[in-house]
Design a protein around this ligand. Structure first.
Ligand SMILES: C[S@@+](CC[C@H](N)C(=O)[O-])C[C@H]1O[C@@H](n2cnc3c(N)ncnc32)[C@H](O)[C@@H]1O
Length: 289
């Protein structure tokens, strides 16, 4: 008899999002009614949740886009600023936006329409479920997660999207040589992301060891001891946030931070972080096997 635990169904796992209103109004409601066909992936559900995915169903990207082209998947695409700009700049690649927030997807449809884009599709799904079964193995050229919800409180850290299990899912969907790009404006989440990806034998850091020590944005934040909350009071960071394997107290000896990804436009979200004096942490990993 096997002693291995049964995999937990997604409906029992903590999710990285809160249910926000999905009612559409005005232009977004019209956009959903008029533009969905052919742009919104019709995902079969396996529970009552409108973000669930029937695990027996697979997404056929070539059929969905009507062509074979490298596929970029953005997880948590928000209002679609980044994906629409990237798809405009790179018409030879297909872009799939995964988001739970329906008004955000409706706004993305408006951007697709305004830009006359033919290389973007959107899906209202819990990305973790989509990456586990819906997206075909080794079918993705790049997987992007920009500014996932930080879930600040320690008791909420289990809700964070980017963790070991997520990196394993990224390894599942990325083709060998495929790229995982991550960005956050929270230092302790950045440390968690880096640890999760560094620990995976499937990935290599494209900027291994770069920007370590005094050049590391992490060292600078630890030295100041303060990160600024957007629109709120300053938030103190411990010198050595949980999960850090840094050998030197107070200095980030690991580094590995990527330069800012130039394929990501400055979204209003990232701009607000800059305005508040926050550091942005970029990470880029390649699937090596
Ligand atoms: C802080 S926002 C950032 C949005 C966008 N990436 C940006 O930079 O402006 C995080 C987004 O991730 C979405 N999200 C969180 N968990 C998700 C999940 N499991 N699957 C899909 N989307 C998710 C949220 O609804 C939210 O729109």
């Amino acid at each position: 008899m096997s002693t291995r635990p049964e995999p937990q169904p997604f409906s029992t796992q903590p999710v990285s999002f809160v249910r926000r209103g999905s009612r559409l109004q005005g232009r977004r409601r019209d956009a959903w009614a008029e533009l969905s066909e052919g742009l919104v992936v019709d995902v079969p559900r396996n529970t009552a949740a409108d973000t669930s995915v029937d695990p027996a169903w697979e997404y056929d990207a070539a059929a969905s886009f009507g062509r074979d082209a490298p596929l970029v998947v953005e997880v948590g695409s928000g209002l679609g600023e980044a994906v629409a700009a990237a798809a405009t700049a790179d018409p030879d690649r297909n872009f799939l936006a995964l988001e739970v927030y329906k008004p955000g997807l409706a706004q993305t449809l408006l951007r697709i329409d305004q830009g006359g884009l033919t290389n973007v599709r959107v899906a209202q799904v819990n990305a973790a479920e989509a990456l586990a079964t819906m997206i075909r193995p080794a079918s993705v050229a790049e997987l992007w997660v920009f500014f996932p919800d930080p879930w600040h409180k320690t008791r909420h850290h289990k809700r964070r999207l980017v963790k070991d299990s997520f990196v394993a899912l990224a390894g599942r969907v990325l083709s060998p040589g495929g790229i995982l790009r991550l960005a956050t404006d929270w230092s302790d989440y950045a440390v968690q992301m880096r640890a999760a990806a560094d620990d995976s034998p499937l990935f290599e850091n494209l900027h291994d060891g770069e920007r370590a020590g005094s050049d590391s944005p992490l060292t600078q934040i630890w030295a100041s001891g303060v990160e600024h909350e957007v629109g709120g009071t300053p938030r103190r960071e411990g010198r050595e946030p949980a999960g850090t394997a840094s050998a030197q107290e107070g200095e980030d000896s690991i580094g590995g931070w990527a330069p800012r990804f130039d394929g990501r436009i400055l979204t209003s979200f990232e701009n607000k972080a800059h305005d508040a004096g926050r550091s942005i942490f970029d990470l880029a990993y390649r699937r090596v096997r």
